[in-house]
Design a protein around this ligand. Structure first.
Ligand SMILES: O=C(O)CCC(=O)C(=O)O
Ligand SMILES: [Fe+2]
Length: 210
């Protein structure tokens, strides 16, 4: 699996062309290690303070909590945050947005995202992120905050590259500083259960709905 190293020169060009060509990309060192560490601390502190809620499926009147399908807890991020690390994350995302819009006319607009904690054993079964009939969520970005993640910890993001089948999959470990970016309407994916707590920021770029 090709991984773009964001600490190397020309990584941004490589990343945006991979998203444009393949529809998905994996990036390591998306933020400096100390920012990732701070984000992890902020995530844990907010959780301790009770800021999270059990995630659900669907929207508005269709919203339901179904722990057999999805069992993470989330807390939405505030765009006007005081946190320097959250600002650094938003700044990185903004660069990607600008490049995707300038080079590939993607029309990405606002970003909405949340911290997520998957407690030991939690999962998110195979799904698509874009709600049917709505074209607002176009690009998914998942960013991982987990130190020292080992291959037998589980918790991989399983990405299905073939929209019609299950043969072409990629299992991606949720290691600290790694981002996975993919087209929200195109890629089915799931979160496999882990044997330890798993933390991330998941979010979506939207296009203006007309
Ligand atoms: O945490 C991940 O790897 C993916 C999370 C996800 O699929 C979602 O929140 O929609
Ligand atoms: Fe998802």
């Amino acid at each position: 699996m090709k991984i773009t190293d964001f600490s190397k020169p020309n990584a941004m060009e490589e990343l945006v062309s991979r998203i444009a060509e393949d529809g998905w990309a994996v990036v390591d060192h998306f933020l400096p290690a100390d920012s990732v560490k701070t984000l992890r601390k902020e995530c844990m502190a907010a959780h301790r303070e009770g800021g999270f809620h059990v995630a659900g499926i669907g929207r508005g009147g269709d919203f339901t909590v179904q722990e057999g399908i999805r069992s993470d807890e989330v807390m939405w991020l505030e765009p006007e945050t005081d946190s320097a690390s959250q600002k650094a994350y938003f700044t990185q995302l903004d660069q990607i947005k600008q490049q995707m819009n300038e080079q590939f006319f993607m029309g990405l607009n606002e970003f909405e995202g949340h911290f997520a904690i998957y407690n030991e054993g939690a999962l998110y079964k195979k799904h698509l992120d874009a709600f049917r009939g709505q074209r607002s969520r176009v690009l998914t970005v998942v960013f991982y905050l987990n130190d020292d993640w080992a291959s037998d910890d589980g918790g991989e993001l399983r990405l299905y590259l073939d929209p019609n089948g299950e043969s072409e999959i990629r299992d991606i470990m949720p290691i600290a500083g790694r981002a996975v970016i993919f087209m929200a309407e195109r890629f089915w994916h799931e979160v496999l259960p882990a044997c330890r707590d798993r933390m991330s920021i998941t979010g979506w770029f939207k296009v203006r709905s007309t």
